[in-house]
Design a protein. Structure first.
Length: 247
């Protein structure tokens, strides 16, 4: 039976531009940086499931309580990567994506719709274009793309400790069959750097999710303990676009 999970994916920006003899070094360095960030923010790595390698990164599902920590990990990664790139070559930049949706826990690769949506977020052309434009002005350490569901339940509801609503830009993603409003954070990027020419007219932020007092979670060391953010672990997620696609 599907249960709600926090979905996370990452890959290396421009990985294929590195010489062949450095590809494995870059992949290993990226994985170590992500692991260190998770340890710092309190992501429950031991509970990671549905792991799927993507060459220079991976897609995976974590307990839904780890959703804010997965997002805050981007902030820590920015500092980590900046310091690393001052000392070592080749420079590394990471592209991250975070989603929240019900998935089945399976062995091996997961081809479920929410994991496909996570991959679409990670590969969003509007974010890739912004990263390329920004690279002409300064190196990009990390870009983070959140689904609307992840943004509303973790960031807008005030559960993240390092990244806050005003730091994200609202974007419209159209990637193959996947179309959704999403939210992006790239250090040093202004809102105009992340606005697509086809983005819809501005509309007010949706109201944050309000949990009953008994269901509020406690944030501890960047992670979360307590009951889930999205409520029951079955049934549809409000404003999620899973229902628009077929398997």
């Amino acid at each position: 039976m599907p249960t709600t999970k926090a979905l996370f994916g990452f890959d290396v920006i421009g990985s294929s531009s590195n010489p062949d003899d450095q590809l494995e070094e870059v992949r290993q360095a990226a994985t170590e940086l992500v692991s260190e960030a998770f340890e710092h923010t309190g992501v429950d790595v031991a509970a990671r499931v549905n792991y799927s390698a993507t060459g220079d990164g991976y897609l995976a599902a974590f307990p839904e309580e780890s959703l804010p920590a997965l997002i805050d990990a981007a902030h820590f990664l920015h500092g980590q990567i900046y310091l690393r790139n001052r000392r070592l070559l080749p420079p590394i930049g990471l592209r991250l994506a975070v989603h929240a949706a019900p998935v089945k826990v399976v062995d091996g690769d997961s081809f479920q719709r929410p994991m496909i949506e996570l991959a679409r977020l990670l590969d969003a052309g509007v974010v890739k274009d912004a990263v390329r434009r920004l690279a002409d002005r300064h190196p990009v350490t990390v870009s983070t793309t959140l689904s609307d569901q992840a943004y509303r339940t973790a960031v807008l509801a005030g559960h993240t400790r390092r990244l806050h609503p005003h730091e994200f830009s609202r974007i419209q993603i159209s990637n193959k069959e996947f179309e959704e409003t999403a939210w992006a954070w790239i250090p040093g990027a202004a809102a105009g750097d992340l606005t697509s020419a086809t983005a819809p007219a501005h509309r007010p932020h949706p109201e944050p999710v309000t949990l009953p007092p008994a269901e509020h979670s406690q944030v501890i060391n960047g992670g979360v303990q307590g009951t889930g953010f999205i409520g029951t672990n079955s049934g549809p997620i409000v404003h999620n676009h899973l229902g628009r696609h077929s398997s």
